[in-house]
Design a protein. Structure first.
Length: 132
């Protein structure tokens, strides 16, 4: 469940090396092998993130529900969403439940309703249980 992952999840340490294309001073990191993801049902941004994560074995940050599941379930990637990162911040005492709820509500218009709903349920259950 999202709550279990939030309380015990650890982000893997990764080496961050990108292929830089463009003039010096304004780098554009691009995946050098976008053919790694062949699905065409998602937007260009999700395809690029999944391609780069697949190629480099990096974690991916995706807020769109179906692409998030595809990266985790079909490609076997470590895929996180901003709602999950907010829950990690709460579990690490970097954010209060009230602050997390506010942030989740702010990003709700541009994030999967399922991911937001799951995260809000976790935050609200923690607040009802006496956490800040």
């Amino acid at each position: 469940s999202l709550a279990c992952r939030a309380s015990g999840a650890r982000l893997p340490r990764v080496r961050t090396t990108l292929k830089v294309v463009g003039p010096v001073g304004s780098p554009s990191p691009l995946p050098s092998g976008p053919e790694g993801v062949t699905v065409r049902a998602y937007g260009a941004g999700e395809r690029a993130v999944l391609s780069l994560a697949l190629e480099r074995r990096w974690p991916a940050l995706i807020n769109e529900g179906p692409a998030h599941r595809y990266g985790r379930e079909e490609l076997g990637l470590a895929v996180f969403s901003v709602p999950e990162l907010i829950l990690l911040a709460v579990s690490a005492d970097r954010l209060s439940g009230r602050e997390a709820e506010h942030l989740l509500e702010r990003i709700a218009p541009i994030t999967s309703a399922t991911l937001i709903g799951q995260a809000l349920a976790v935050v609200r259950s923690g607040r009802e249980g006496g956490q800040r």
